[in-house]
Design a protein around this ligand. Structure first.
Ligand code: IPM
Ligand code: MN
Length: 356
């Protein structure tokens, strides 16, 4: 019998992106060897270097090729010499739309040994998942500016959701809460008191779907502003959160800092029926680039999520356990340059642990 093998596209990107993806690939290979599957990695040079060299951001031919992979691993996008947002919108957001990566999955888990900025909170209090809708809301780019540069200038940027977008996101979140099988609670985060059209539709869809298909899942609702307070004061209340794109963007950064920050936070941009992309939450951190001091744990965690989504659940758990062992016993300070280990050494620690 031939060994199962997955085709993985790697986009190392800019700044410290290549350094952290290298370590993630190292750990993924170790997981494959341990659990009996192969991984073939194909690199794509998207990001600042390609843009500065050729003017290309995300060529259609590359996008087509990406569709053919089992998963995509991305390092970081963004460069100090390039106008902020150009590459982020042109690559990250474009991939989300064109590959229909309609779920942004953000596990929020405080690992043992990691310093938490919240008073009296430990790993037993911070362990939830945010399901952020990833294609709609203000991110669609609908809007415009009129009478630009005059005193009467008008700027509009429209938040919008289709019922289809809302339903497929809710479906994913309910299924996730069921599979996660912890408190079996799904919290909708919105702003029904002000966004009375958009989040009213979310709330109606939420209860309709819950009543019809998920009687085993408890439903809660929080306004987004209150959520920001509870995430700090009572993070243990949360199990699975589902929300729109803009609120999800904001609360997942808040959540990231409660789990130890960008050195550890990872996310998945998921198309449940197609190819998905996984990335560390941190940016390209240009001031640390090329120094072998950046923390690769977030990229390694992104690799773990990638395995989980491929269905390699046991291997994903091995990776997470190895990261937990590393934070509990070795790398207690997650900040770049303060880990007590180099980027490569941290990758080696995890990979060795994964190899068993
Ligand atoms: C994220 C990022 C992106 C977003 C930016 C880079 C466009 O902040 O993935 O959360 O706003 O979604
Ligand atoms: Mn963000």
């Amino acid at each position: 019998m031939t060994e199962k093998s997955y085709q993985i596209a790697v986009i190392p990107g800019d700044g410290t992106g290549p350094e952290v993806t290298r370590e993630a690939v190292k750990v993924l290979k170790a997981a494959g060897t341990r659990h009996g599957f192969g991984l073939d990695f194909t690199e794509y040079d998207l990001g600042a270097r390609r843009y500065l060299r050729t003017g290309e951001i995300l060529p259609a031919s590359v996008l087509e090729e990406l569709r053919g992979f089992d998963a995509i691993l991305l390092g970081a996008i963004g460069h100090p010499d390039i106008a902020p947002g150009l590459l982020e919108k042109g690559i990250l957001l474009q991939m989300r739309f064109d590959l229909d990566l309609y779920i942004n999955l953000r596990p929020v888990k405080l690992f043992p040994g990691v310093e938490c900025p919240l008073k009296d909170k430990g790993p037993e209090h911070i362990d939830y998942v945010v399901v952020r809708e990833n294609t709609g809301d203000v991110y669609t780019g609908a809007g415009g500016v009129m009478m630009r540069g005059t005193p009467h200038e008008v700027a509009m940027q429209t938040a919008m959701y289709t019922r289809h977008q809302v339903d497929r996101c809710l479906r994913y979140a309910f299924e996730f809460a069921r599979r996660r099988n912890r408190r079996k609670t799904l919290a909708l985060v919105g702003k029904t008191n002000v966004l009375t059209y958009m989040y009213e539709m979310w709330e109606r869809a939420f209860h309709e779907m819950g009543d019809r298909d998920y009687p085993d899942i408890k439903r809660e609702y929080y306004h987004v502003d209150a959520t920001c307070m509870w995430m700090i004061k009572n993070p243990e209340w949360f199990d699975v959160i589902v929300t729109g794109n803009m609120f999800g963007d904001i609360i997942t950064d808040l959540a990231a800092i409660t789990q130890g920050g960008l050195g550890i936070a990872a996310g998945g941009n998921i198309n449940p029926d197609g190819v998905s992309m996984f990335e560390p939450m941190g940016g390209s951190a240009p001031k640390y680039a090329g120094q072998n001091v950046i923390n690769p744990l977030a990229a390694i965690c992104a690799g773990g999520m990638l395995l989980d989504t491929l269905g390699e659940r046991v291997a994903a758990k091995t990776v997470e356990d190895a990261v937990i062992w590393t934070t509990a016993n070795k790398v207690r300070n997650l900040a770049a340059g303060q880990m007590g280990y180099s980027t490569t050494e941290v990758g080696d620690l995890v990979a060795t642990r994964v190899a068993g």
